[in-house]
Design a protein around this ligand. Structure first.
Ligand SMILES: NC(=O)c1ccc[n+]([C@@H]2O[C@H](COP(=O)([O-])OP(=O)(O)OC[C@H]3O[C@@H](n4cnc5c(N)ncnc54)[C@H](O)[C@@H]3O)[C@@H](O)[C@H]2O)c1
Length: 479
């Protein structure tokens, strides 16, 4: 079966970029991305490509090439499903907040709702592809919903049949376009060979066949959770060692370099920082923990839970050490927070370490001046709702436990006691610490939780400096 029309339900961080690349690489396929969220669809259709709802380097060019040609964004869900040979489910699957499994299990209400919509609106044979990250065996639920709608067409319409595939997405935010254009692998799980080959035929238009892995449904679903658990575990491991480095005089960058040279370990994902964030790692590990508990594997559940616990500990540890270094109190002190996104090159703040660190500091009474080149003030307001107060930071009244949006780095650091780097935006690598020092109150601190600045210059001009995995470096030999 060759695919001519695709519908993707969910125009988020995964659905939007993934479908844009499919449309770009497969000019013979009409791709429609649908969403219930009108504002999001309007933003995807904005003539000004800088206003797309997802910021990803290179995404604007891809959308610019295909939009209106074979890439469409719409809120008309039903006709798009009816016209599709293949429907991707790319809806959100956050952690449940209440009921059975609250705090761990995935909330599958959006998957179920979209499967029901497909069941109701599809026509003819439709291949349904799970693109969202799902607990192992979710395809059973999707299949059950679709089977109930299958028919022989006796009532007048065309016969309705379905095949279900799992095709988890491994893109990383910030590098979504290169990850989609040259994936390490594409994973397709299923038990219907014709459906598997139809999807492989789509990817095969730009991905070499030896990178398209075919597995059974459950292996595919579980591989996605496992990949995220392994990646997050590496971050927690290096962050654990960073704390030990700070205590012993070792340097985490040197340790990471030394161990990464071992080809069995490898160099990637060995960068110490304020902890992992993003919409996926924590939710996927918690989901894994829940599944292990469900199957009675309590020791396995505890093992993976410790990866999340270490991550939370790292964030609280950083907030605590800032307070300690600022003479044990930050009440009423101005602190410049540079970076709020969970990593560079994205405007996504979901589970960003910045949220927990800022909350801790606000609770201690600090006045935070937050600057991020891509994150909008409304987003920060919804992440720090209890304390929001967006005013021009230069003219704000002194306030305890409030945050302010800064429009620039200079705006953020004005009269501040400390600067905390929370996201490794490239522009922070070149900051001129001698100018910044003149704007700040003295003694002035730099806390670089990403080792992403020219901190030796900050030491040279008079800052007290703490760097992740190195500790206080003010008295160290310059390197
Ligand atoms: N963000 C990532 O980096 C990433 C990477 C790999 C996998 N994933 C997984 O992909 C899935 C989607 O993630 P995301 O980051 O794109 O989420 P998102 O929240 O950015 O987007 C999901 C979209 O689905 C829409 N939606 C929900 N129910 C709908 C329905 N019935 N009809 C139409 N639209 C509906 C929502 O309005 C929302 O815009 C999740 O399961 C996630 O775990 C995410």
């Amino acid at each position: 079966m060759s695919i001519r029309t695709i519908c993707c339900i969910g125009a988020g961080y995964v659905g939007g970029p993934t479908m844009a690349v499919i449309a770009d690489r497969c000019p013979g396929i009409q791709v429609t991305v649908v969403d219930l969220n009108q504002a999001r669809i309007d933003a995807w259709n904005d003539p000004d490509l800088s206003k797309l709802p997802v910021y990803e380097p290179g995404l604007d060019a891809v959308v610019g090439r295909c939009r209106g040609r074979n890439l469409h964004f719409s809120t008309a869900v039903e006709p798009a499903i009816a016209a599709a040979d293949m429907v991707f489910l790319s809806v959100n699957t956050p952690t449940k907040t209440k009921g059975v499994g609250a705090g761990q299990a995935s909330d599958l209400r959006w998957i179920e709702a979209s499967a029901r919509q497909v069941a109701a609106c599809a026509q003819g044979h439709t291949i349904v592809v799970e693109k969202s990250t799902l607990p192992v065996r979710t395809a059973e639920t999707v299949q059950a919903i679709l089977s109930a709608a299958q028919g022989d067409g006796a009532s007048g319409g065309s016969p309705k049949t379905f095949a279900v595939l799992s095709n988890p997405e491994f893109l990383a935010e910030g590098t979504a376009i290169p990850d989609l254009e040259q994936p390490d692998r594409v994973l397709i799980g299923g038990d219907d060979p014709a459906a598997i080959e139809a999807l492989a035929g789509v990817y095969g238009q730009w991905v070499p066949n030896d990178r398209i892995l075919r597995t059974n449904l459950w292996s595919s679903e579980l591989s996605k959770l496992t990949a995220n658990a392994f990646l997050a575990q590496r971050i927690s491991s290096i962050n654990a060692i960073a704390a030990l480095c700070e205590a012993t005089g070792a340097d985490v960058q040197e340790v990471a370099h030394a161990i990464g040279a071992d080809s069995r370990i490898g160099r990637k994902f060995l960068k110490a920082g304020p902890g992992f964030g993003g919409s996926c790692f924590q939710k996927d590990i918690l989901n894994l923990v829940y599944l292990c508990g469900h199957y009675g594997l309590h020791e396995v559940a505890a093992y993976w839970q410790s990866v999340v616990d270490l991550n939370s500990w790292q964030q609280h540890r950083i907030a605590r050490l800032v307070v300690q270094r600022l003479f044990g109190t930050v009440t009423g002190k101005r602190i410049a927070v540079l970076g709020f996104a969970f990593k560079a090159n994205t405007n996504d703040t979901r589970e960003s370490p910045a949220i927990r660190i800022c909350r801790d500091l606000l609770e201690e009474g600090a006045s935070l001046f937050i600057y991020d080149p891509k994150v909008k003030s409304e987003q920060i307001s919804s992440d720090l709702p209890e304390t929001s107060q967006i005013v021009d930071s230069l003219n704000c009244p002194e306030a305890v436990g409030k945050w302010y949006l800064a429009k620039s780095v200079n705006d953020a650091v004005y009269q501040a006691d400390a600067v905390i780097i929370l996201t490794e935006w490239p522009e922070f690598a070149d900051l001129d610490w001698s100018t910044i020092y003149t704007y700040m109150r003295h003694p002035s601190w730099l806390f670089d939780t990403r080792c992403a600045t020219n901190w030796p210059q900050a030491v040279e001009v008079g800052f007290s400096v703490w760097v992740i995995g190195k500790g206080i470096v003010s008295n160290l030999r310059m390197r």
